[in-house]
Design a protein around this ligand. Sequence first.
Ligand code: MLC
Ligand code: AMP
Length: 521
Amino acid sequence: MSSPNGPVYQTGMNTVSDYSTNHLAHTLRAGSVGREDALCVDLHDRGLRLPFGAVFALAERYANALVAQGVAPGDRVMVQAEKSVEVMAVYLGAVLAGAVFVPLNTGYTARELEHFISDAEPTLVVCDPAGEAVVRGLAKGAVLTVAADGAGTLAEAVGRAGEGFAVVPREADDLACILYTSGTTGRSKGAMLTHANLASNAETLRDYWRFTSDDVLIHALPIFHAHGLFVAMNVSLNAGNAMIFLPKFDPDTILRLMPTATAMMGVPTFYTRLLAHDGLMREVAAGMRLFVSGSAPLLAETHREWTARTGHAILERYGMTETAMNTSNPYDGERRPGTVGHPLPEIEVRVVGEDGTPLAAGEIGGIEVRGPNVFKGYWRLPEKTAEEFREDGFFITGDLGTISEDGYVTIVGRSKDLIISGGYNIYPKEIEGLIDDLPGVNESAVFGVPHPDFGEGVVAAVVPRTGKTVDPDAVRAALAGELAKFKQPKAVVILDALPRNTMGKVQKNALRDEYVGLLAQ
Ligand code: MLC
Ligand code: AMP
């Protein structure tokens, strides 16, 4: 089997090692043992269909290539590259080699990248050929490239690597991944996920959502965040089901392929965009058994419209980078619109008051989580980690919610100053810091308002210095090269002053109310 651009995929396995000694590798391989010829990934855009045998043979070759680049157990392997089976193989290769996989959003700019590279100190960075010069200027370790079609120096390194790999033993508590998540301070923190965090969540979700080797999942999410990587990919590998692996979300392609699939996972924007498409009809979804939504609130209205159009009730679940998935609506039973369902098995969820005391059913408070899914802490930030955990091990999510008498969790807001746009998290502090440094700017406040496509969209309110004027277009232009596109304000408004309460704190709620319709079309 070969792709038009060179990389060669073998069909057979030549495993010389035992996956059972590596906690996560064992879980990810579990669904395909003895089923090497079964379809693992359908790379529709490249006309390639790779069975499990080929994918794990590739992963073993990649593991050899990583080791040849100097990657030792515990070392970080960072990836900022377009979604491809090669990136999937770097992930699996890193797991097999006992390394720590660190994926990055492909939208991050050089400025953003600098922090990730200096913080994670990766032994190897895999990036898009277009980004190589920038990465080489920042990275101390090795740099390899991979394009969306698999071409690049990574393919060459893998071509030189041997087949079969002696899988590096890893325990439950060893690190498997670091995922960066922004914070209220404006500085991204690396969430350390262990082998057991990821393995337990994959197994739990497989059972809860009834994934089996008969499933075919539409995988249109990016694989640099928890949803596409830990939920969609890990569950599929663990269950041994095929994935239709799409480079990005495209409603035409998804609707064309839906009759060949059984399940899809997406952010709410996937569902609203599909609902806006004439091609979404009951017959197209007739063979589907499950639609999962998460990463951002799904409007109850979208839930109901979807049921009316397709006959399927979307199953909404709730998770975080730090915890993978926490709650889910039931597979059987009522999938209640506007709620995120019940705590998953072995995971405890509580709602507490400001002093940390658990509240009664129906009362609104902070959502806290404890269980095998909850991360080990923030990379090299022990104090920050300590702040986010209670003494009894519960993690403080920063989400506000309630739990009903019959156990359904509803998220009603956030205590953290966070905007979620199209499933991506944006912390205003980072954007405010950049705007405040612009010439003529006195201060700024960044907040989210309803956006018809992305749920929330970013708006910046900017106050010029006395006697100065600030041009909104100049603000947007200045941010363009600094921030990933999804973080850039969709609108900039110029104000004489920011609304403040008596304590002097900026009232973002007042700004949100004032500009609630600004991005509505
Ligand atoms: C793209 N743009 C966005 C955006 N995505 N702006 C704000 N928010 C977003 N999410 C920008 C583009 O750069 C472009 O800017 C313009 O908006 C239009 O882009 P598009 O072509 O319409 O966007 P598209 O490429 O189709 O992407 C939209 C999307 C994508 C919804 C498919 O954002 C996406 O895949 N989101 C999923 C994110 C995800 O996986 N989240 C999980 C996190 S894990 P311009 O200037 O060029 O016009 C997590 C835990 C959990 O949260 O619980 O799961
Ligand atoms: P992230 O940091 O990208 O992992 O985003 C996690 C945050 O996304 C959570 O803390 C929630 O605020 C939000 N989130 C995830 N799933 C849902 C959901 N189903 N409904 C509402 N918010 C969600």
